[in-house]
Design a protein around this ligand. Sequence first.
Ligand SMILES: *Cc1c(COP(=O)(O)O)cnc(C)c1O
Length: 357
Amino acid sequence: MLNFTVGPVMSSESVRAIGAEQVPYFRTAEFSELMFENEALMKKFAKASDDSRVVFITGSSSAGMETAIMNTLTPNDKAIVVNGGSFGQRFVELLQLHEIPFTEIKLEPGKALKPEHLAGLDGQGYTTFLVNKHETSTGVHYDIDMISDFCKRNDLFLIVDSVSTFLTDPFDMKKLGVDIMITGSQKALACPPGISVLVLSPRALARVESTKCKCQYLDLQIALKNAERGQTPWTPAVGILRQINVRLKEIDANGGVEAEIARTAELANYFREQIKDLPFEIISESLSNAVTPLHPTTASAYDIFLKIKDEYGMWICPNGGNMKDTVFRVGHIGALTKADYDKLIAAFKDLQSKGII
Ligand SMILES: *Cc1c(COP(=O)(O)O)cnc(C)c1O
């Protein structure tokens, strides 16, 4: 089945081939070497400073979000968090759970972050800023340059969930002054789910050093100690780490992160151009290349999702909660081509000709 969701997504043939192999033993120099390669390529593609470090956690990206909070924030912090949808809400709930004081910038679905949202927050004693660079649930891509300027001006520790836009939209960790970047294996890395990746700036490393993590499994002090020799404290998802290695090297060989972003942008633009005559409205004020969020004006979004799945053998991405019937999303990440989008457009046009949409 063709998969146009936002994860898990389609993997390349070489990534899938690894999935068919036996999983090797991993307390070896060979596996350590592979992990060092993964770390170097992650830093290269995130444009992290040389003295940044990378941790690979076995768990999905939500584990990465919680790991970042548990290892760098304390009840003495005062955070600002952007909440424009279900992933922003996840950060809010994590801050509540871990008793980190915070102010929430709540945005209506589809709305962009604007200077007026930050206006009253300068010089108010905040220490930390958390944002999902792209709120995947509604497809809103926040202005990270504006956030970066605000954080530099106020000397804030900046945690960025780049889970759905790492490799799809430009991101320069060093230039933006980002302290922790979080991503995961099943989004644009286009591998199976199961690994979350954290890139940590020197300032984040210092915070980890001085923060007591109340969870052994997700303790970054232990993880970083092990990573010095290319290892993880616990048995990781070895197979997925091997697939990530193949994928990162593939991107490197094909022109690097810029080429991968350009490829994704081309697919997104191609799709957006083709749907102009269909009864769909783009709901986001500010789009990333990763996904197109659509409101169908003539039919239930969930019914369209079911029809595309059951009658045409393709997955588009349904929305949950109160957007179930009003919004579906079409992803542009993973091993997809223009010919794949032609098939999806043909299915939409077929539904239109039958009067269903
Ligand atoms: C997918 C995603 C996550 C993580 O979800 P998991 O189900 O834990 O992988 C977090 N943030 C954003 C913005 C995402 O798109």
